[in-house]
Design a protein around this ligand. Structure first.
Ligand SMILES: Nc1ncnc2c1ncn2[C@@H]1O[C@H](COP(=O)(O)OP(=O)(O)OP(=O)(O)O)[C@@H](O)[C@H]1O
Length: 251
C-alpha cells in the first residue's frame, strides 16, 4: 500500500528526515512513536504532499504509483487521507460543505454521519471555528468518514480528547479501517468483502491502542526510523526506559 524508500526531507534549510524506510502493507495499521520534534508530523505532511516539506532524496510509492512529487489533491483522490494534529480554522466554509467536498461526488448522509460522531450540533459551523480539542478531532474524523481513504494518516487522534470520547474515536477509526463492500457472488448470495485499508498513527500516550489493532510499531528518533516491532512492547519500553534506551536497544 505505502512504500517509503530512503526518504530525505528538508524544512527550510534543515534536514528533518534522513533515509526513512517504511512499508505499510494493505490492511495493516502501524503506530509511529517518537519524542517531540523527531519528525513524525513532517513525515505525514510529506506523505500527503504539503508544501514546505522538500523531498531531497528517496521515493514514496502508494498503491504502486510514485507519488513523491504528486500534488495533494491527486494523492487524496488516490486514497490518502489525513487527520491533522492542529487543523486550521476555515472561515466562510461550513463543516457540512467541507464534508460534502471530502466525499468527492459520492453520496453521503452528512446528518447520519455527524450524529454517529456526536457532531450534529456543530455541522453548520465554519470548519474548526470555536471548537474544543475533542470536537475538532470529531470534525476531522467526520471528513475522513466522507472521504473513505484507503490509507489513513492519523496525527495524535487522541490528543485533547477525554477518555470517554477516545472510545468513540476508536470506533470511528475502526469502522473506517474495516468498511465492508457488498458484492454479489456468482450464486447470487450477498457477501461482504473487506477492502484492505491501512493506517499510520502517531501517538504519544498510546491510549488509542486500547481501541485499534496495531500490526507494528516504529520509533522515529532525530529524523531516523530506528525501531520496528510490536507497538505495545515499544510503548512499554518507552514508558519504562525512555526513548534513548529504546533507540539504543534497537541499534
Ligand atoms: N514549517 C517548519 N519550519 C521550520 N521548522 C519546522 C517546520 N515544521 C517542523 N519543523 C521542525 O522540524 C522538526 C520536526 O517537527 P515535527 O512537527 O515533524 O515533529 P514531531 O515529531 O511531530 O513533534 P511533536 O511530537 O512535538 O508533534 C522540529 O524541530 C520542528 O521545529
Amino acid at each position: 500500500m505505502l512504500i517509503i524508500e530512503d526518504l530525505k526531507v528538508e524544512v527550510g534549510d534543515t534536514e528533518i528526515l534522513q533515509n526513512v524506510n517504511l512499508h505499510v502493507p494493505p490492511g495493516e495499521t502501524h503506530i509511529l512513536f517518537g519524542p517531540n520534534g523527531s519528525g513524525k508530523t513532517s513525515l505525514m505532511m510529506t506523505i500527503m504532499g504539503f508544501s514546505g516539506y522538500k523531498v531531497t532524496g528517496g521515493k514514496i510509492t502508494f498503491k504502486g504509483e510514485d507519488v513523491t512529487y504528486m500534488p495533494i489533491h491527486e494523492r487524496a483522490r488516490l486514497g490518502i487521507g489525513v487527520l491533522f494534529q492542529r487543523p486550521p480554522t476555515i472561515n466562510g466554509l461550513s463543516t457540512r460543505r467541507m464534508v460534502e467536498i471530502c466525499a468527492g461526488g459520492k453520496k453521503v448522509d452528512v446528518d447520519a454521519l455527524s450524529r454517529t460522531l456526536r457532531f450534529d450540533s456543530f455541522i453548520e459551523r465554519d470548519v474548526n471555528h470555536n471548537l474544543s480539542g475533542g470536537e475538532i478531532k470529531r470534525s476531522e474524523l467526520l471528513q475522513l468518514s466522507a472521504q473513505q481513504p484507503d490509507l489513513l494518516l492519523l496525527d495524535e487522534p487522541e490528543s485533547g480528547v477525554d477518555l470517554e470520547s477516545i472510545a468513540l474515536l476508536g470506533d470511528s477509526i475502526n469502522s473506517l479501517l474495516n468498511r465492508g463492500i457488498k458484492r454479489q457472488s456468482p450464486c447470487h448470495t450477498t457477501i461482504m468483502e473487506r477492502t484492505p485499508k491501512s493506517a499510520l498513527v502517531i501517538t504519544h500516550t498510546g491510549h488509542i491502542l486500547d481501541y485499534i489493532t496495531a500490526d507494528k510499531g516504529q520509533v522515529l528518533y532525530k529524523g531516523k526510523l530506528r525501531c520496528s516491532r510490536n507497538a505495545r512492547e515499544i510503548l512499554k519500553w518507552i514508558r519504562e526506559y525512555g526513548y534513548e534506551e529504546c533507540v539504543e536497544c534497537s541499534a
